[in-house]
Design a protein around this ligand. Structure first.
Ligand SMILES: CC(C)(COP(=O)(O)OP(=O)(O)OC[C@H]1O[C@@H](n2cnc3c(N)ncnc32)[C@H](O)[C@@H]1OP(=O)(O)O)[C@@H](O)C(=O)NCCC(=O)NCCS
Length: 153
């Protein structure tokens, strides 16, 4: 385990050459991971794709889409070894600034109802639940609801 004090991560644009590393983290932290093609499509679509890197190692990533007024976080992850060290909050704060730069006035994201850790973080940062999407996600036993959360930027 790396102590949080020894981390000095940077956040930069994701490149095609990062995808292999991103997908390894994705498969490690999500039960229903995106495919490499999903990430490649996001890059091709011009979404705001970022990686967090520490000491030349990719340790996290995010994909955000910004439309008129509204930013959507499509996915966000921190590698298992680097979680709970404040890095998710750091990446989200970076995304708030980036979305504001692009003139977004609110930010939306979906989170699985069972993902209490992520939902707690989003609430700590000011997100509020505004809706529920019934059966939005695949789950081990059928489907699971998504909480739709919004932050006014
Ligand atoms: C959700 C995620 C991005 C958070 O990143 P992180 O670097 O672990 O989060 P941080 O260290 O910045 O967390 C800060 C706060 O979030 C909450 N939190 C984060 N992970 C948590 C967990 N597993 N259990 C409980 N609380 C958690 C805590 O409130 C924590 O504050 P505290 O330390 O004062 O209690 C990361 O855990 C992750 O990638 N998880 C797997 C993928 C995922 O769920 N992505 C989000 C999909 S919507």
């Amino acid at each position: 385990m790396i102590p949080a004090t020894q981390l000095n991560p940077i956040i930069r644009e994701m490149r095609e050459s990062d995808l292999r590393k991103v997908i390894l983290i994705e498969r490690e932290i999500f039960l229903f991971p995106w495919s490499l093609e999903n990430f490649a499509d996001s890059l091709r679509s011009g979404y705001l794709c970022r990686v967090m890197e520490d000491n030349n190692t990719v340790i996290g990533y995010s994909i955000m889409m910004v439309g008129p007024d509204e930013a959507h976080i499509l996915t966000l992850g921190i590698g298992a070894d680097w979680q709970k060290k404040g890095l998710g909050a750091k990446l989200l704060n970076y995304l708030f600034d980036l979305a504001r730069e692009k003139n977004a006035i609110s930010m939306l994201l979906d989170v699985r109802e069972s993902n209490h850790g992520a939902a707690k973080l989003y609430k700590q940062l000011g997100f509020q639940q505004i809706a529920t999407r019934k059966g939005y996600y695949p789950a081990m036993c059928g489907r699971e609801d998504a909480l739709v959360m919004r932050l006014m930027l």
